[in-house]
Design a protein around this ligand. Sequence first.
Ligand code: 5GP
Ligand code: ZN
Length: 136
Amino acid sequence: MPHGGADLLLSERLAARRGMTMADECIFCRIGRKEVPSQPIYEDHDLIAVPDIQPAAPVHVLIIPKEHMVNLNDVGKNDVGILGKMLRLAAKIANEKGIAESGYRVVINNGEDGGQVVPHLHLHLLGGKPLNQKMG
Ligand code: 5GP
Ligand code: ZN
């Protein structure tokens, strides 16, 4: 699709107008490239995990692939390994944070109705208190 089409997100159109790609501007890409300060809990070649800037629970960690993918709609068959790594890392961090036994929730918000605000795939790890039982 050509740049400027209605199919692009507003943020993508603004980035394109400045001659930058979405990945140049994307806050989670920038966290992954260490262009903005964060306190990584974990990092490897594929993933970075950081505390959420506005925690919704005593433990609220974001697990972010370094590669720019908008959400699950963007995950190709070559990327499925990353999803597995994200889930395994969630369990590992839950264990390290002492909430593996008390319980926790992992959430991936996708698109507008899913409540996704940052258009770069990420997993929320939430726990450390009884979480809201309502889903949907
Ligand atoms: P979403 O609604 O897209 O699933 O969640 C985005 C999350 O990213 C929100 O919980 C928000 O607090 C968090 N967030 C947004 N900007 C930053 C940031 O610059 N650093 C960190 N650590 N978290 C952020
Ligand atoms: Zn990104």
